[in-house]
Design a protein around this ligand. Structure first.
Ligand code: PHE
Ligand code: NA
Length: 502
């Protein structure tokens, strides 16, 4: 007996869910900062190049795999070729790592939504509040990996897990589809209000000037191009198995490339709006402190959890800005987290032939426990920072590189995908697409991977102790590959016979 594969209610629900996955923490705090570092206004050129030459072509690549082979990542790759199954498990395991820390940032943002409403940190104390009062951060070099529980992180984290478990257990149509149908319009409205409101802050124009004034010299720096490509992979969630999984829930006759273009441009729209909103707010902050915008434009976590609270303290109506900003982070984060979890749930459902609820609980409860154990303690920040840096560099980029090489060069599947994509799509692909996916993408990814490898070998990441990086950095990324091979060796349940092109 075979159970019918789940499906999205309509193409629009799929598009909304794919946008929900793409628009995440990366759009709201990562992009503004990366763009600013990469030359401000001039960064838009490498950014657009990366979007058009790598982001969108690889998005189509993921759609083609998921839609043609109609399976979770391991099943889809296995149907392509028996020996390609580990690629799917590798993506699943990357999602396992990301899920356990992504939930934590959502829990922080949820607490900060609440704190914003009442200015809990007290003006002028935003930095200490985040590291000392809220996270109770301790140094791994001194205390090792701590197990000391931090309740103000642990409790919201339980709530986040409970909410996503309910959504996941309800299934693709009633859970994931419906959550996105509700959260994405809400997110868009909150975001629009936030951006407009930030433009009216005194000093906003200075911030926008800092953001949009091009530094043309940055264009000559290969590092800037590398960061544009790196950001696009992360931002569009390509090579995570997510788009493979989601597109496997699409009806046979669907305009794949048209959907992909909508998703890609919606994601970039959010990103550019976030840049405008965040820099308007930073302009205000710089003016209030009598400094330059450059001085207050800090890095990722700092931007969200230190700079924004400062703005909330200082602006009139700051609490509203804070609630909208952190609320937007929560909603954007939840819709991305469910897409990450779906990669894992779908893979086990396919492999074991289990029902939805049973698989969801089997996946999510252990993940929630690991997430709590590692990240509601006083050394959470170091573990999170390290896991994030290593899994992005040596997980995502590595699996994307290996996948394009195997699929394009060893299995020669690109012509099949061109035909599959063109069969029902409004936007046709051809030779250019094959060159971008088969030649340009591996070159760019290979370059990025080697340069990341050199940096991380040459100096210990963020100055963490060697034993610590050996476990949560190098050890973790190596374990993913080994486990992926082991999981591929396990048998498939009879119900999900892995034949080619169903
Ligand atoms: N694309 C998301 C963002 O821009 C990040 C993400 C990564 C989402 C992995 C899901 C999975 O924030
Ligand atoms: Na994104």
């Amino acid at each position: 007996q075979t159970h019918k594969r789940e499906a999205f209610g309509s193409r629009n629900v799929f598009i909304l869910s794919a946008i929900g996955s793409a628009v995440g923490l990366g759009n709201i705090w990562r992009f503004p900062y990366v763009a600013y570092e990469g030359g401000g206004g001039a960064f838009l050129i490498p950014y657009l190049c990366a979007l058009l030459t790598a982001g969108i072509p690889l998005l189509f690549f993921d759609y083609a795999i998921g839609h043609r082979f109609r399976g979770s990542a391991p099943l889809a790759f296995r149907r392509m070729h028996r020996a390609a199954e580990p690629l799917g498990w590798w993506q699943v395991l990357i999602c396992v790592v990301i899920a356990v820390y992504y939930a934590v940032i959502i829990a922080w943002a949820a607490m900060y939504t609440w704190f914003s409403a009442q200015l809990t940190w007290g003006p002028g104390n935003e930095n200490d509040f985040f590291f000392i009062d809220f996270l109770r951060s301790a140094d791994v070099a001194e205390v090792g990996v701590s197990t000391e529980f931090v309740p103000q992180v642990g409790i919201p984290l339980v709530v986040v897990w409970l909410i996503v478990i309910v959504i996941m257990a309800l299934g693709v149509k009633r859970g994931i589809g419906r959550a996105n149908m509700i959260l994405m319009p809400l997110l868009t409205v909150m975001f629009a209000i936030l951006v407009v409101q930030s433009l009216f802050l005194p000093g906003a124009m200075e911030g926008l000037n800092a953001f949009f004034t091009p530094n043309w010299e940055a264009l000559a720096d290969p590092g800037v191009w590398a960061s544009a490509y790196g950001h696009i992979f992360f931002s569009l969630s390509v090579a995570f198995g997510i788009m493979v999984t989601y597109s496997s829930y699409l009806k046979r006759k669907t305009d794949l490339t048209g959907s992909g273009l909508v998703v890609a441009f919606a994601n970039s729209g959010f990103e550019i709006l976030a840049g405008i909103g965040v820099f308007a707010a930073l302009g205000f902050m710089a003016q209030a402190q009598g400094t330059e915008v450059a001085g207050v434009a800090s890095s990722g976590i700092g931007l969200a959890f230190i700079a924004f609270p400062t703005i909330v303290s200082q602006a009139t109506g700051g609490s509203i800005i804070g609630v909208l900003f952190f609320g937007a982070l929560v909603f954007a984060g939840v819709t991305s987290l469910i897409s990450i979890l779906e990669v894992i749930v779908a893979a086990l459902q396919d492999k074991l032939g289990w029902a939805r609820v049973r698989t969801t609980l089997t996946v999510a409860i252990p993940l929630a426990i690991v997430s709590m154990a590692l990240f509601s303690t006083t050394t959470a920040l170091s573990v999170l920072d390290t896991a994030d840096a290593f899994v992005n560099a040596f997980g995502i980029m590595a699996v994307a590189l290996v996948a394009v090489i195997i699929v394009a060069w060893l299995l020669h599947k690109l012509p099949v995908f061109v035909e599959h994509l063109n069969r029902r799509s409004s936007f046709r692909v051809g030779l250019l697409w094959k060159l971008l996916v088969g030649v340009l993408a591996p070159l760019v990814l290979g370059y990025l991977l080697v340069s990341e490898l050199m940096t991380k070998i040459n100096e210990p990441y963020s100055g963490y102790p060697g034993w610590f990086l050996a476990i949560f950095g190098w050890g973790m990324v190596i374990a993913l590959v080994v486990l992926a091979l082991l999981l591929s060796a396990l048998p498939w349940s009879g119900r999900s016979h892995a034949k080619d092109d169903p």
